[in-house]
Write a protein that binds this ligand. Sequence first.
Ligand code: HEM
Length: 544
Amino acid sequence: MTKLEKIKEQIINSQVWRSMFRGGTWKDNSRDRAQHILGNVWLHLHPARVRSRSIKTNYTFGLGGLSFLLFLILTVTGIVLMFYYRPTVDLAYQDMKDLEFVVSFGRFMRNMHRWSAHAMVLIVILHMVRVFLTGSYKTPREFNWGVGVVLLVLTLFLSFTGYLLPWDQLAIWAVTVGTNMASATPFLGAEGPFSALLGVGLKNDARFGLLGGTSVGANTLVRFYVLHCIAVPFITGVLMIVHFWRVRKDGFSAAPLANEQPNQKIETWPNLVVREYLGAILMLVFLVAWCLLQNAPLEGIADPNVTPNPSKAPWYFLGLQELLVYFDPWIAGVLLPGIIVGGLIAIPYLDPDANRGVGYYSVKDRPFASTIFLFGIGAWFTLITIGTFMRGPNWSWYWPWESWLFHKPPPPPTIILPLAVGGALISIYFAVGMVLPRLLSKLNINLRSAIWKMLVVAIGVAAIVGALPMFTFVQGVWVGFGLFLYVVLGFLLPQTYLKGISFLRYVVCMSLLLMMIGVFLKVTVRLGFNVKYIVSIPQVSLNI
Ligand code: HEM
């Protein structure tokens, strides 16, 4: 035994050490290692032994643990910031400046808090993607997946409520854009459909409740402060405990493979815990380096009289803001997010095969689910990219290399289709989309070759439409793109993969799928053909 090992043994077996960590003299045997996990208030969130796959870096990538680490960093740095920050209109911005220039390590604390918040949003999304791709939402983990979806929403809301606190121009206008969506809520928002039925107006609607007024002001700051520092972290913390408890009870990460032996497990201490500590250290080192090099943004003091053009929501809501170009606010800001969240929670209950592709990256074994999910995530980030980099003054399209000083001509006039035409188009779209894959489910289509053939057809259609005198080449490309999307995602994939599924599941799956494809077809007709509404019934605020 080396001198160092002797010292280590003396420390571990000292009375002080043993009083902190339960158990007798440390013998470093299997029993002691299990006892170290089970007898420790923090570590007993783990089981004593775990499947060897769950410690592989390229299985979970430690993303759940890193999400939690970021939540802890945010809690600690947030508490430090609370010692200095006062949530009033007169003092908030000044306190931000003091943190930057007067308070020791104030700028660093602020940087850590701000960048960790962005990192947490990103890492929680990646964690969800990993859980999906490994089929880890299936029985018995359906409920925990649902808890996870709520945690994702809470993470976004935590970040959003914090956005206002610096009380700079970026803050109040991003929050103005974000909270405007609340006024579009059906029944509860002053500008939402059916609000008149309940007597809801500007001074008693959902937005008023959030802002404490009709515009972002002193009351909003206090409300967001309380939501950000107490209410939302409390609810998030409670749900995290539920999440971890279920992870533990449902057999921990890396669901067992069909042919896996129960004894194919290894000790949590030190194998998993040491890796977790290492991951945490790496993340911390990265964050510290990033925060030393990159300051969190702080613009001029909030000025309600000077509206920046464009006013942009925080990046994770920019996809929804971009959808405002194509849909009415209540559809873009309330209905679609509601359907997305509801649809995500429903995934485990819609998935017809509880045992297929669980516990490993099973894209190949679950091609339908994986394609649709990845398409949804990809589409979300595409819209975010457009909102972040391609939108300039008046929300006009600017390529990243174009100067915003260059004045874009006003957009061409938009078209609203006659009600009969639009109504017929939408009815046919949903009716055909719903019936056809089921009706033709007995047809034996070779998917791969059908997709290639469809690609050729789409290119042909694009060329023909583009060559017609009344259309441009770009419009031809839009038509080809829309056709390809609809036929592949809306017909070929469900025709092949939703064959044996029960009627109810089929209807719900297809409704969600057709709505998702429909969003992109609407983007296509808006950008390609300036169609503002396919169906417009203003009397009931139905403009699609
Ligand atoms: C604040 C956000 C979150 C935190 C702190 C968190 C934390 C964790 C941790 C530590 C684990 C175990 C380790 C791992 O598998 O990576 C885990 C597993 C899991 N998480 Fe999350 N999570 C969060 C959000 C989500 C979201 C958004 C979803 C899905 C929508 C989700 C669904 C799950 C599921 C189903 C498991 C079990 C996975 C398995 O057994 O392989 N979580 N989470």
